[in-house]
Each structure stands twice: as C-alpha cells, then as structure tokens.
Design a protein around this ligand. Sequence first.
Ligand SMILES: [Zn+2]
Length: 159
Amino acid sequence: MIDLDGNSVEEGMEPSSEVPMHTSVYKTTDAVAVVHTHPLYASTLSAVVDELPAVHYMVALLGGPVRVAPYATFGSPELADNSIEAMKGRFGAILANHGATTYGDSLAKAYTRSIYLEWVCRMYYQAKLLGQPNILPDEEIARVAEKLTTYGQTVPETS
Ligand SMILES: [Zn+2]
C-alpha cells in the first residue's frame, strides 16, 4: 500500500513497478481504482495501431475509441505522462508495445472496463482478419454512452 506520492504506508509486498502511472491516474481523474494488465489482444494491437476504433458499441464504456499511448519504458514517468495524455476523455488507454490501463470510480467498473477493452480488441483483431471492419460513428457512441449511464450500472456479460 502506497500514498499518492508513491511512498509505502504499510509493510508488506513491494508495490507495482507502475507506481508512477497508477498515481498519475489517481491524481488527474476521479479514479477510485486503476487496473493495469498485459492482455494479449490489446498488447497485439498496441504494436500496430494508434487507436482502437469504435468497431463495437461497447467502446462507449471506455468513453469512445481508445488511444494507444506512445511507448516508454515500464515504470517510467514518461510512460505515466503518455498514459494520462492518451486517457483524456476516456476511461482507459492501450500502452504501445506493453498492455492496457483502465480506471473507474469503483474497482468493479475499472475491472469491467479492462475486460471489455480486451474483448473489443479481440473482436477488432478478428474482424480485421476477415476484411475492413465497419466503424460506428461518434454520434452512435455518444448515444450508447448516454444509454449506459441509465442502464442501472449493469454491464452485460462478454460471452
Ligand atoms: Zn505493465
């Protein structure tokens, strides 16, 4: 356990190497929880694209198309800065040649966003194998985002 400056406040395990990124998200958003992962499909796309487009309406759960933050060494202040920049107006970002980070005002929301980000990355990857995917317009993502806020905070299963 650490404080927002990255100082340990409790004896125990070593904190994540990504302390600068986690604390930066807490400092610059209303995050109550931050989830950082190295999921296969988001990591795969991170090496190829600059943004996960709105290939499925559930990108609205992330706030819209998800940007890929430029690469920087893991644990570095540069990666934290790049992540925060990529997350503007979003609830997550893909990290180039690395992984993904999401946040929320609860651990459940941050985690759900992490799961959905990976699911949409996988869907985009699969759609690209078949051809050029149709991308939803910004207006539709805004409409879905509005619907999700009145959806009882319930999120459907990914299966
Ligand atoms: Zn990482």
